[in-house]
Design a binder for this molecule. Structure first.
Ligand SMILES: Nc1ncnc2c1ncn2[C@@H]1O[C@H](COP(=O)(O)OP(=O)(O)OP(=O)(O)O)[C@@H](O)[C@H]1O
Length: 241
């Protein structure tokens, strides 16, 4: 079983297509009277199927970059292409559509709704897709099975371990069959054994073709990546060895 929709790959060439192309990306914020440059002239391409980590000191621009990749924000200058879509000029409706269909998000704090079961949490991500009820239920069951939690579908988050909660969050992210999974410190709240469990799952999804981009302070995560980027003072360096 695969959760990844490989039909969406844009070329049939042997070299993987770029999923993201960032050119001259600058993002400034206004802090009272001060202008803060969170990103300055970032040029980077990420190929379909890569596992990329983004490391760097606090305030270096990692969250800002992740928000641009996630179509949650637009750059102040430059372009951010996700496939054919330029996020810098796309309408709010287009950004909403791309977030709902093509981008899965995973966060450090899991961000599950405590009053809902695992299945209901996963189902939330399908809300915007307007699928038939039976298709929706099948997709939720498939996603939970894919992360090894078929037997926990009716459990609330408080009845699950941290690692299991993060697996529910990953099921919620992949149930829409996204092109890319963006993760913000996915192992940040987990002890070592749960961290390994989540890393193994993320690696498996990546091996199935899902592009994976993770902001992390955890060198164990970065060691598993195919490409490592470092963001410092708003500029990106490739530190893959
Ligand atoms: N909404 C905002 N308004 C004003 N300034 C912001 C905003 N978001 C980020 N910044 C500033 O932009 C810079 C980059 O912040 P960003 O959060 O992207 O860094 P980071 O690398 O993710 O840091 P951390 O590791 O602490 O999360 C910082 O100087 C920060 O203060």
């Amino acid at each position: 079983m695969t959760m990844i929709d490989s039909d969406r790959t844009e070329t049939t060439d042997a070299a993987p297509a770029a999923i993201y192309r960032l050119h001259g990306v600058t993002r400034t914020y206004k802090q009272k009277e001060r202008i803060v440059k969170a990103l300055t002239g970032v040029d980077v391409e990420i190929a379909e199927g890569e596992f990329v980590t983004i490391q760097g000191p606090t305030g270096g621009g990692k969250s800002t970059l992740l928000q641009l990749l996630g179509a949650l924000d637009r750059p102040s200058a430059g372009s951010v292409h996700l496939g054919a879509l330029d996020i810098s000029t796309a309408s709010n409706a287009e950004l909403g559509r791309v977030r709902a269909t093509e981008i899965g998000f995973v966060f450090q704090g899991f961000n599950l709704i405590p009053t809902l079961t695992a299945a209901e949490n996963v189902d939330m991500a399908l809300e915007p897709l307007r699928l038939a009820k039976t298709e929706r239920a099948a997709r939720v069951a498939e996603a939970l099975e894919h992360v090894g939690l078929a037997d926990r579908a009716d459990h609330k988050p408080t009845e699950l371990s941290g690692g299991q909660q993060q697996r529910v969050a990953i099921a919620r992210a992949i149930v829409k069959r996204p092109r890319v999974l963006l993760a913000d410190e996915p192992t940040g709240n987990l002890d070592e054994s749960m961290r390994d469990e989540i890393l193994t799952l993320l690696e498996r999804l990546n091996a199935e073709g899902l592009t994976l981009i993770a902001v992390t302070h955890d060198s164990a995560v970065a060691r598993r990546a195919s490409r490592r980027l470092r963001l410092e003072k708003g500029t990106v360096r490739d530190i893959t060895r």
